[in-house]
Ligand binder design. Structure first.
Ligand SMILES: *[C@@H]1O[C@H](CO)[C@@H](O)[C@H](O)[C@H]1NC(C)=O
Ligand SMILES: *[C@@H]1O[C@H](CO)[C@@H](O)[C@H](O)[C@H]1NC(C)=O
Length: 544
């Protein structure tokens, strides 16, 4: 019998021993002629790259045994190993003939997260490769070094034209190239930090649409050390069926130098409207509805939606800005359609019956209430409810009503101004009314004063807390994020941005962990205790 078994075994060993395996690693060598290699059983095979794939290094290792462990090594100009991975990698299955595109020294290419419950039906847009949040893609930008340096040295220059850059996105199974994109600094508050957010606009005329997401932002998370707040906020909006941008963490390099660990999101522009509200239909800008962006960047002014007159000139364009004209406005009066909404709101008597029906014909009340539930639950002091900031209003042309679009979720989960936000929701709303000229009538009239809509709001608030916004559901997710991005955060904090203007909060890997569990300098609550506080407090508020 032994003689029958042994040839079979030999054949098995022989077939796996003779396999060719393509190894792939993303990495930046230390020197111009440096490279990467793969070490299998102490034998190093050099990997190569190309103009179209750098910094992805690959090689087909003939006769590699897929069951052998391997590690990637960094090579200097003479091909000697100068750095190597401390852990042994293994190919997922013996049948695999290539590795995914792995990242030098990142042990886990993929993460799995505990799923969040889908509390209300999902309204997520079609999935896009841009937003695979189970892996960390590398974004490789190249631009004229002097032009880029000048842009980064002058981040407060909001009028500056976008610069030209080339763009490459490498994830585990994809290399995406765009020869020429428009690159600029993005954001408002974040411009005051040494670490900047970027905006990338692809050339749609050349079909460079970046997986159907042709205008993206690379958000910096400069003012919060966990990188997790904004992602968690988006997760929750998805879980409760509110429309929002999707998000994934990425590593960004510019001109072969580390730029930072960022959150890739979609900018709220017409491509976002197509994907998120029109199922990706190829509608022209003028076939889409009007879009307005509200911001409170002018001291003392907020996007309150208080009617102040019938003309565009009655509204500060720094606070209310038209982003897409739509068919109901003229170029001379781009605010007209939105002004009509604000007038309706001003004239509305919230004590009338059938408030839900009245407003549902004018506004996607459900989307608005869900957005407000999240603003309240996360204590979003820089959002629309509290600050008249960071939101858009879109007139959905086929529904013939307005929809609220929330955006920019970094200042959340108690990230500042605790005395304002750590209060019962009715107090949160009432405080608006007390501040002269700063009422937010969409909140105060609908959520606070109209009984029917208030009931609906409380229902969503209670359900959200019970089913998703609580420690039992959120903490395992947070723990998985913490583990997955810890090394990325450490890398980001290690980068030298001392030559850039602006603030540096000097976060460390210690603040990264601590701000999840408790206060750190400038941030009064940790993410987890904040969730726990709201999850305990909200049911008490709703019982009253
Ligand atoms: C590469 O590294 C080896 C080993 O440390 C060293 O002997 C050699 O001089 C290095 N080559 C260059 C070009 O730095
Ligand atoms: C872009 O793609 C569309 C549809 O696939 C095609 O009709 C068009 O010719 C392409 N344009 C360019 C510039 O490649």
């Amino acid at each position: 019998m032994r003689f029958i078994i042994i040839p079979g075994l030999l054949a098995l060993v022989a077939s796996s021993a003779l396999a060719d395996v393509v190894y792939n690693v993303v990495g930046y060598p230390d020197t111009e002629k440096g490279a990467f290699g793969v070490m299998i059983n102490n034998k190093v095979t050099a990997l190569t790259t190309t103009e179209a794939t750098f910094p992805l290094w690959s090689a087909n290792v003939v006769g590699a045994n897929p069951s052998s462990g391997y590690r990637y090594v960094k090579l200097n100009d003479t091909g000697d190993v100068i750095d190597k991975e401390k852990f042994l990698r293994r190919i997922a299955t013996n049948k695999a003939r290539n590795t995914p595109n792995e990242f030098f020294k990142r042990q886990n290419t993929f993460a799995t997260y505990p799923a969040l419950p889908q509390v209300y039906p999902s309204v997520r847009p079609k999935t896009s490769k841009a937003f695979d949040d189970t892996q960390i893609a590398t974004i490789h930008l190249t631009a004229d070094p002097a032009v880029f340096a000048d842009m980064v040295a002058n981040p407060l220059d909001t009028e500056r034209k976008a610069i030209k850059a080339s763009f490459r996105f490498i994830n585990a199974d994809t290399v995406y190239n765009a020869a020429e994109v428009k690159l600029k600094v993005s954001g408002h508050g974040s411009r005051k930090f040494k670490k900047l957010s970027l905006r990338v606009k692809f050339d749609e005329d050349k079909n460079e649409t970046f997986f159907d997401r042709p205008i993206i932002k690379l958000r910096s998370s400069s003012s919060e050390p966990t990188f997790i707040r904004e992602k968690l906020y988006i997760d929750n909006l998805n879980a409760i069926g509110a429309r929002t941008t999707q998000a994934a963490w990425v590593r960004v390099y510019v001109n072969n130098k580390p730029f930072g660990f960022h959150l890739l999101v979609e900018d709220i522009e017409t491509p976002f409207l197509r994907g998120t509200f029109h199922d990706g239909a190829a509608l022209k800008d003028k076939e889409l509805g009007s879009l307005y962006q509200m911001g409170s960047h002018v001291i003392g002014q907020e996007g309150t939606m208080i009617y102040t007159g019938p003309l565009t000139a009655n509204y500060n364009p720094e606070v209310y800005s038209n982003k897409n004209l739509g068919s109901a406005n003229t170029k001379e009066e781009p605010m007209a359609q939105f002004i009509a909404f604000m007038k309706d709101l001003q004239e509305y008597d919230p004590t009338l019956a059938n408030g839900l029906k009245f407003w549902n014909s004018r506004l996607d009340v459900n989307q608005f209430l869900k957005s407000m539930v999240m603003e309240y639950l996360t204590g979003a002091w820089d959002g629309s409810w509290w600050k008249g900031n960071n939101y858009f209003m879109y007139f959905h042309p086929t529904e013939a009503r307005w929809t609220f679009i929330p955006t920019d979720f970094d200042s959340t989960f108690s990230d500042g101004n605790l005395a304002d936000v750590a209060v019962p929701y009715k107090q949160f709303a009432a405080s608006r009314l007390r501040r002269q000229g700063k009422d937010h009538p969409l909140v105060s009239k609908l959520i606070f004063k109209n009984k029917e809509i208030n009931k609906e709001f409380e229902k969503i608030l209670g359900t959200t807390v019970k089913q998703v916004f609580n420690p039992t559901v959120m903490n395992p997710r947070i723990a998985a994020y913490e583990k997955f991005i810890e090394a990325e955060a450490a890398w980001d904090f290690s980068l030298d941005r001392s030559k850039n203007p602006g603030k540096d909060p000097k976060y460390t890997i210690d603040t990264f962990h601590k701000s999840l569990t408790g206060p750190v300098t400038g941030i009064t609550y940790g993410v987890k205790p904040w969730i726990s506080y709201r999850a305990t407090d909200v049911p008490k508020q709703l019982k009253k």
